[in-house]
Design a protein around this ligand. Sequence first.
Ligand SMILES: Nc1nc2c(c(=O)[nH]1)N[C@H]1C(S)=C(S)[C@@H](COP(=O)(O)O)O[C@H]1N2
Ligand SMILES: [Mo]
Length: 383
Amino acid sequence: MADSSKLTRREAIIRGGTVAAGLAFMPGELAARLARVAPQEAVVPWLNPPPSGGRSNFLDWQAVDSWVTPTDKLFRVGHYGLQEFSDEGWTVSVTGLVDRPLTLTLPQIRSRPRQDRVFTLECAGNRGRPALSGMIHNARWTGTPLAPILRDAGIQDHAIEVVFFGKDEGEEEIRDTKIKQNFARSMSIEDAMDPDILLAYEVNGEPLPTANGFPLRLVVPGWYGVANVKWLNRIEVRDRRLENRFMGRDYVTLRKETHDGREEWIETSVNIDRVNSVPAKVTKSGQGYTIHGAAWGSDIARVEVKIDDGPWREATLGEGKGDPVAWTFWQLAWSPSPGEHSVTSRAITASGEVQPAADDPMLTNKVTYWESNGQVTRQIRIT
Ligand SMILES: Nc1nc2c(c(=O)[nH]1)N[C@H]1C(S)=C(S)[C@@H](COP(=O)(O)O)O[C@H]1N2
Ligand SMILES: [Mo]
């Protein structure tokens, strides 16, 4: 039950809060449905909205009205450009330290067991700058699980990891040597055997858009975007760690930690998602306002919202509630006074981890762009 239900009668009257109190007492399901904007509701715009659209098709949070992101609204990232490939003759090979190397065609992949999963894919650079926030989508991916393919190939005992290569290629300079390289990321064998990982050929029931990896991509639910290798055509099992740009140089978080009273700088490769949330938009219907948002990156147990310097109030969780890899929509009824207000949200995981405040040392001791999961504050003017 939302914290707003604990408003005293006096508080409710002071805030003109009969509508707010009423909404808070609604059954969860009905309240959840309100997470979508009904036609009579109007969005009251933020004073400081993050950028949306553009070449990378950043999500416009204030326009989000469906739990699954429509295919034409998927943001896209390509470190070597958004390359286009034909599916003609496309194969994915499984080689290296395997007993039975494989070459799978697209029809062969499609004839394997189908599995789908809604997954919130967020670039680890999302919110790397405070104004950015749209490098995220929540889509339904369909494909075939990776683990049985690796089992068919037979991973050898001395192997330690699996490398996934995209067909896209670019130039890198390493210690004065210029080379051409394909985009690649790797995972430990244990991580790669996760039954949720897919070789995906459809999103939202349609073939993948070119920019999102057509004809085949890896989908790794619960991991940051960079693990989800697009234009996938090669899987290689190895006995050495890959330390390429996307494992060992880029997508590396540099953070100051304190151990035994001594400061140390630690570099870690970006991998699994961190708990996150944002206030997405405020809507007005009649005299009542509703704050809508999303939380993701972990098993979300609660979301709390703070208005100005007020107390944290518990929001009602809606669509996605209980799903550890898809975002959870949430909402809170609000009876604001006219004037400018700030709205901040924080998500709390099932294991009790709290999304850090923007000034948490976990974030302020981090000097790189990645994994910026601090609480977001948006400003709004109520007339
Ligand atoms: N082949 C290839 N795969 C890639 C990338 C890339 O540059 N090349 N970028 C990665 C990064 S950093 C992100 S955030 C996601 C973005 O997925 P999307 O473009 O489908 O949104 O793709 C990942 N997969
Ligand atoms: Mo990314």
